[in-house]
Design a protein around this ligand. Structure first.
Ligand code: MRU
Length: 358
C-alpha cells in the first residue's frame, strides 16, 4: 500500500530550500497556485497567523523551519544567539493558539538545542531536526492511512460514503494527510463511493482545499454547506465521518475546526461512525480533558465581509474557529502508533507509551 500511496501523491505545500522556507499560499487556492518564500522568523510567524499555511501539522513543521531561519540570521549578525533564539521561540509559539503541534515542534527544536555536543555545528543540528520533524510527519501520515483503511474494512469491505470537515490533506500536513490521507488510501483500495466535503465556514478550507485535493486525484467528491450535514446523514447513507485534530487531551477530547462537535453529535444520533485521525504530535497529555483547551477566536470581519465586501450590518460577532468534541462521541482515534476504539484516558496512556507500530 505504501508504494501505491506515494505514487498517487500530487500535492505538497511546504518546501525547505536551506536558506528559505517556501509555502504554497493556501489563501489563494484553488484559483491561483502561488508559492511564497520566507527567510525570517517574523515572516514565518506572520504566514502562520495569516493562514498562508494552516492545518496543525503544517503549522508545526513551518515553525521548526522558522527557528532555523532565525538562528541563521543571529549567527550571521553576531551577538548572543541563544537569547535571540528564545525570542524567536516566543514569537512563533504565539502565532496561533489551538494546534498543539506548533508547541510540540518548538519543543523538539529546543530539546535538540539542549542535546548539542561541544563543538557541534548548531545550525546543521537544528536544520536536521526540522527536516526530521517534516519527514516523520509524512511517514506518520502514510502509516495512519493504512491503519484507517484497516479500520474501515473491519466494518464493511464494499465502497462507502464518507463525510469530512475542514482540510486535513497534503496541504495541512508534511504530505499525504491525516483524515484525508485515510480517505485517499481508502479510494486506492476501492472503498470510496463518494466523499462529502463540508465547505467549512468562514475560511472555506473544504471548498477551496479539500475539494481541490480530492478532485485532483479523481476521488468522487461532492461539496455541501456545513449545515447540510444532518440532512446528509439522514438521507445519503454516510458510513463514516472522518476528521483531523488540532489538540487531543489525555481523555480523548478532541479540539478541531469549528463544526466538528456538531458533526459528532449528529453522527451519534444517526448511527454514523466517527473517526479522528491525528499523529501523536497532536496529543497534549498535560491536559486532562478538553475543558481548558485554548480555542482561537478570529476577527469579526471574517463573518461581516465576503471577499472584502461588507455583507452584514456591524453587529456583535462571535467567531470561534475551533470546538471540542467529547471523547464519548468518538468511535476511534487513529494515530501512527495504532488505533484506539472508544477512547478513554487509560487506553490513550497505553497508546502514547508505545513506540510506533508499522
Ligand atoms: O484553521 P486551520 O485551517 O489551521 O484549521 C485546520 C483544521 O482544523 C484541521 O482540521 C486540523 O488542523 C487537522 S489537520 C491535519
Amino acid at each position: 500500500m505504501r508504494e501505491r500511496l506515494l505514487a498517487a501523491e500530487k500535492t505538497r505545500s511546504i518546501e525547505w530550500c536551506g536558506d528559505c522556507l517556501r509555502l504554497l499560499d493556501q489563501r489563494l487556492l484553488p484559483l491561483e497556485v502561488v508559492w511564497r518564500s520566507f527567510d525570517s522568523v517574523a515572516d514565518v510567524a506572520q504566514a502562520i497567523r495569516e493562514m498562508v499555511v494552516r492545518g496543525a501539522p503544517a503549522i508545526g513543521i513551518s515553525a521548526a523551519y522558522g527557528v532555523v531561519l532565525g538562528l541563521r540570521t543571529h549567527l550571521k549578525n553576531g551577538g548572543d544567539w541563544r537569547n535571540q533564539l528564545e525570542c524567536d521561540f516566543a514569537v512563533l509559539a504565539a502565532a496561533r493558539p489551538t494546534a498543539v503541534n506548533l508547541a510540540w515542534a518548538l519543543g523538539q527544536m529546543r530539546e535538540r538545542l539542549q542535546r548539542l555536543r561541544p563543538g557541534e555545528d548548531v545550525l546543521a543540528a537544528l536544520e536536521a531536526q526540522a527536516v526530521v520533524i517534516h519527514q516523520s510527519d509524512r511517514e506518520a501520515n502514510l502509516v495512519m492511512a493504512q491503519w484507517g483503511v484497516e479500520l474501515i474494512r473491519k466494518f464493511n469491505t464494499s465502497p462507502q460514503t464518507f463525510l469530512t470537515h475542514c482540510n486535513t490533506g497534503a496541504l495541512a500536513t508534511g504530505g499525504f494527510g491525516t483524515a484525508l490521507g485515510v480517505i485517499r488510501a481508502a479510494h486506492l483500495d476501492g472503498l470510496v463511493e463518494r466523499v462529502y466535503a463540508d465547505e467549512t465556514r468562514p475560511w472555506l478550507q473544504g471548498s477551496r482545499l479539500t475539494a481541490w485535493e480530492l478532485s485532483n486525484e479523481d476521488v468522487p467528491v461532492t461539496l455541501n454547506v456545513d449545515s447540510a450535514a444532518g440532512h446528509l446523514m439522514k438521507t445519503r447513507a454516510i458510513s463514516w465521518v472522518i476528521v483531523g485534530a488540532d489538540r487531543i487531551a489525555a481523555n480523548g477530547d478532541v479540539a478541531n475546526k469549528i463544526g466538528t462537535y456538531q458533526l459528532a453529535v449528529l453522527a451519534m444520533h444517526h448511527g454514523v461512525r466517527f473517526m479522528v485521525v491525528a499523529p501523536s504530535s497532536t496529543f497534549d497529555m498535560s491536559m486532562e480533558d478538553g475543558d481548558a483547551m485554548p480555542l482561537e477566536e478570529r476577527s469579526a470581519k471574517e463573518l461581516l465581509e465576503l471577499n472584502g465586501q461588507q455583507v452584514a450590518k456591524e453587529v456583535d460577532v462571535y467567531n470561534p474557529v475551533f470546538d471540542v468534541t467529547p471523547a464519548d462521541l468518538i468511535d476511534a482515534i487513529v494515530t501512527e502508533k495504532g488505533i484506539v476504539e472508544r477512547p478513554t484516558a487509560d487506553k490513550l496512556a497505553r497508546l502514547m507509551s508505545r513506540t510506533r507500530l508499522h
